[in-house]
Design a protein. Structure first.
Length: 182
């Protein structure tokens, strides 16, 4: 069993309702033109605002081996809670534009990537249309998503499973080597 992550100060607005939270996961294991994956992820976060996405809270960065091939470069991941006027499809398009600006090329599944932005949840919405599935169908199984989310919103409840991010982080099956690094 993975130990529960320590709480971090995230300065979430008092009026943030976790039932309406929009959650985005970030990942990188190919630094591209950046000095490091950390630098690439920080630059990606800085770009969110220009796409109409305001970061409300962010986790620590978490390091883990690549999955499913641990011979690929290791990953750096994190999670943010955001506010946006975009609907889920428009938000996905905005995240795709940011990925493209960072040199993301879609090829082989699970190949190293300069930037991976996943929409994990959009409030309590459950969607399966036009290439968008919400909540993210595999997020609950990944420690590199649930661990960072449990840091900033341990009481967030999965819209389908009904379990908190803290509980899910304790029983993930993928990326179980993931650990907070800052």
């Amino acid at each position: 069993m993975v130990p529960a992550p320590e709480a971090v100060s995230v300065n979430i607005d008092d009026d943030l309702d976790l039932d309406t939270a929009v959650i985005v996961a970030l990942g990188c294991n190919d630094k591209g033109v950046w000095a490091s994956c950390r630098e690439a992820l920080e630059a990606a976060l800085a770009r969110f605002r220009s796409e109409g996405i305001d970061v409300v809270a962010r986790s620590s960065w978490w390091a883990s081996q690549a999955w499913p091939d641990p011979n690929d470069p290791p990953f750096l991941n994190g999670v943010v809670l955001v506010r946006t006027a975009h609907d889920p499809h428009a938000l996905m398009a905005a995240l795709g534009r940011i990925e493209a600006a960072f040199g993301r090329r879609r090829g082989a599944v699970n190949a190293p990537r300069t930037l991976d932005l996943d929409l994990i949840a959009y409030g309590r919405e459950q969607v399966d249309c036009e290439g968008l599935i919400l909540p993210h169908p595999r997020a609950a199984d990944r420690l590199f998503v649930m661990g960072p989310l449990a840091e900033i919103a341990p009481g967030w409840r999965h819209p389908v499973l009904g379990e908190t991010s803290a509980a899910l982080a304790g029983r993930t099956t993928v990326g179980i080597d993931a650990r907070a690094v800052t």
